[in-house]
Ligand binder design. Structure first.
Ligand code: SF4
Length: 244
């Protein structure tokens, strides 16, 4: 509930004081939104989260006798509790089989060819079908820890990672192809730019040829001048002036 757009480290820094003042749903519900906001102000989206924490605490008291419910529907009905959070609570608090899909699991399932990577709902469905239900809780944590430690979101280069590059050729090929096409596109743009420059250069050259003889004489004089250090400086200055 507090972790969106915030690091785990930051959440762990604010929760001791928050839970010290609101150790039970009833105690948390008795705190004002402003007080909760003060306690959690360092986490992202703090104003919204403060309102959600208070309202959820109130609903736990009103609907569930001050206890955290155990079903997906009841959990998801609480403000600030999404599908992933509800499944984390089920798995970690009550050990009810669930497969919460976070960003690491979603990324790795696609890289490993276990799911299409279309969306987190599809990933969850595919992983639940793939792994036996009694392994879901353990497997979900294993994949998260592996992803954080060994399988970075950015700069994924299977060619230098020895861990499983041998096991996922289709994904590597597609990433490699994507990388190649990005490079090819960049190169094509550079080539086009070079051609345009060359074309402009040719035109400039033609214009120069067509110019009056007096201009040619002046240019010739400038070239001669540029052969001396003083002349070169003057030419550089003139060039800079034209460019600007
Ligand atoms: S090759 Fe390495 S970085 Fe790539 S998916 Fe496998 S573990 Fe992750």
């Amino acid at each position: 509930m507090l972790s969106a757009q915030t690091t785990d480290k930051k959440v762990n820094q604010v929760t001791p004081a928050l839970f010290s003042e609101g150790p039970t749903p009833a105690a948390m519900a008795a705190l004002s939104v402003e007080r909760i906001l003060t306690l959690i102000k360092e986490v992202g989206l703090a104003p919204t989260k403060a309102k959600n924490v208070k309202r959820t605490a109130e609903l736990l008291v009103e609907r569930h006798g001050g206890l955290v419910p155990r079903t997906l529907d009841e959990l998801e009905a609480l403000p600030g509790v999404g599908h992933k959070t509800a499944q984390v609570v089920m798995a970690q608090a009550f050990e009810i089989p669930a497969f919460p899909v976070d960003t690491h699991i979603h990324r790795l399932a696609e890289r490993w060819g276990l799911s299409s990577g279309k969306n987190v709902e599809t990933t969850e469905k595919d992983l639940k079908a793939l792994f036996p239900e009694d392994t879901w809780i353990r497997r979900h944590l294993q994949i998260i820890y592996f992803g954080r430690e060994h399988c970075p979101a950015q700069r994924h280069d299977p060619t230098v990672c020895p861990i499983c590059s041998w096991a996922a050729p289709p994904r590597q090929d597609s990433e490699s192809t994507a990388s190649k096409s990005a490079k090819a596109s960049k190169s094509a743009k550079a080539s086009k730019g070079a051609k345009e420059l060359a074309s402009k250069g040719t035109k400039a050259s033609k214009d120069s040829k067509d110019s009056k003889v007096s201009k040619g004489a002046k240019a010739s004089k400038a070239v001669s001048a540029s052969k001396t250090p003083k002349g070169a400086a003057a030419k550089a200055k003139a060039t800079k002036g034209r460019a600007s």
